[in-house]
Design a protein around this ligand. Structure first.
Ligand SMILES: [Zn+2]
Length: 470
């Protein structure tokens, strides 16, 4: 009887522990803390950001005291601004006048992941609890941000030391075809999105804009003819050669914001019919033919030049951005290495089945996912680790300032650690394997997919990354 009671009590305690873990208290367990500490200590390979050259950071704000990166600039360039914009800074504002109008803007987003990742950065980098910030603390936080951004060492420090990122892929969408590196820890990405407009040179009129890459300017610079569709395809291939030459590691495509991810295998002839005509002279079907053909050509070139293809899937133009739309393209291009960005959010179960069927040459990248929805990211990591091998998951921060990169990295580490700790607690994983998987996602998987990056690792040398002389 006594034994039975002891047994019962023990099982009740175990049950309570499991329920507590399931109810979100995982982060207070020792298992979580140990896994998180091991993952924090692992220098990461971040597969996606948009970190502009330091003097062109989009967070710069024109103030009466001159051009500064301030609190307003950081929030304006955070994911919060996509859903719940913080009130703009006016040219005649000082901090207190702006804050007076802005401080109410956070009321409805306290629980949203696109707010919480920045909160994590303010907490860890400035010891400020943004949830309970006072006017005085906000004033002081702003002063410290302005001070930090007087020197680009701040960005170096936060990215490489505080966020513990060893290498960071950078998608320079402001100058897609320049292949110019701005930071020593940066891995270049070739953003091919603007090539899809190549049916006419008149498509490239936004010189200097945020999404810029003119293949005709590249052709002119290199003395390449650009009169026929075949000339154009040769220019595209020359860009691949140039990209490889400059050390680019992967391709990136964000067409999911503009059109469907279903790309038909159209004939050369049909695609050529759109070439040399202005958009107004073309039907939407003709434009689509051109784009579809080019996508298949880019997949071939991706395989030929060994540049894995990062493709934005999910949250974009949601009518047509379900990653399932890519399956025919993936199926027909087994030599191309596809990387499905953002986990396909919200279609994370769809990406899991794509991995089960085509996982040999497909990777999932959880970039941006925890900031879109932390709980969806948790579900995704749980399901993915149940469904396919752990060496095909990558991660990235997808931000354009130091605090964003830090916050997104911290949220990722937290999310992955939480999922792994839950799997350990439920008896589905031993802790040693959990730590191994965490390190795979944050670092090792990227080095396995991009083995050339092993030559660029620097942390083991015990050096510090410093900006070079100007
Ligand atoms: Zn991005």
């Amino acid at each position: 009887m006594l034994m039975l009671r002891t047994l019962l009590t023990t099982s009740i305690i175990v049950e309570i522990l499991v329920i507590r873990a399931a109810a979100g208290e995982t982060r207070s367990t020792e298992t979580y803390r140990r896994i998180k500490a091991a993952i924090d200590a692992t220098p990461s390979v971040d597969t996606h950001d948009h970190l502009w050259p330091f003097d062109r950071l989009p967070a710069y704000t024109q103030t009466k005291a001159g051009r500064q990166v301030n609190l307003s600039g950081l929030w304006r360039n955070s994911y919060l601004s996509g859903y719940n914009p913080v009130i703009p800074w006016k040219p005649d504002d000082d901090f207190d006048s702006w804050w007076g109008r802005a401080k109410g803007n956070f009321e409805n987003v306290r629980s949203a992941s696109f707010y919480r990742y920045q909160q994590a950065a303010f907490q860890d980098l400035y010891s400020v609890d943004f949830d309970q910030i006072t006017d005085e603390q906000a004033h002081e936080l702003n002063r410290r941000i302005v001070e930090n951004y007087r020197d680009q060492r701040w960005v170096y420090h936060v990215v490489t030391e505080r966020a513990n990122i060893e290498l960071m892929f950078n998608d320079p969408h402001w100058a897609c075809l320049d292949f110019a590196q701005s930071y020593p820890w940066e891995v270049l990405v070739f953003n091919v999105t603007t090539l899809f407009r190549g049916f006419h040179p008149g498509e490239y009129t936004n010189e200097g804009g945020p999404w810029f890459g003119d293949p005709y300017a590249f052709a002119k610079k290199h003395g390449l003819p650009a009169d026929t569709f075949d000339d154009y395809l040769k220019i595209v291939e020359r860009l691949f050669i140039e990209a490889k030459d400059k050390g680019v590691a992967s391709l990136k495509c964000t067409l999911a914001y503009l059109r469907s991810l279903r790309f038909e295998n159209v004939s050369h002839e049909r695609a050529a019919a759109a070439f040399g005509k202005r958009r107004q002279q073309l039907s939407p079907e003709q434009v689509r033919d051109f784009e579809d053909f080019l996508m298949w050509r880019l997949c071939e070139l991706s395989a030929k030049y060994e540049l894995p293809f990062q493709i934005h899937t999910g949250q974009a133009r949601i009518q047509t951005s379900n990653p399932m739309n890519l399956v025919d393209l993936i199926d027909a291009n087994p030599k191309t290495k596809f990387i499905l960005f953002h986990g396909g959010f919200p279609w994370v179960g769809e990406t899991a089945v794509i991995m089960q069927k085509h996982g040999r040459h497909v990777w999932i990248d959880s970039v941006w996912l925890p900031e879109l929805s932390y709980s969806t990211a948790k579900r995704a990591f749980h399901e993915w680790l149940d469904a396919f091998p752990s060496n095909h998951i990558l991660w990235g921060a997808d931000c354009n300032h130091a605090e964003g990169i830090y916050g997104a990295t911290e949220l990722h580490r937290r999310c992955i650690s939480e999922v792994l700790a839950e799997k350990v607690t439920s008896g589905d994983l031993i802790e040693e394997h959990a730590v191994h998987i965490g390190k795979q996602i944050m670092r090792d998987n990227a080095l396995e997919l991009f083995p050339q990056l092993k030559d660029r690792l620097w942390k083991h040398k015990g050096v510090k990354m410093e900006p070079g002389p100007k």
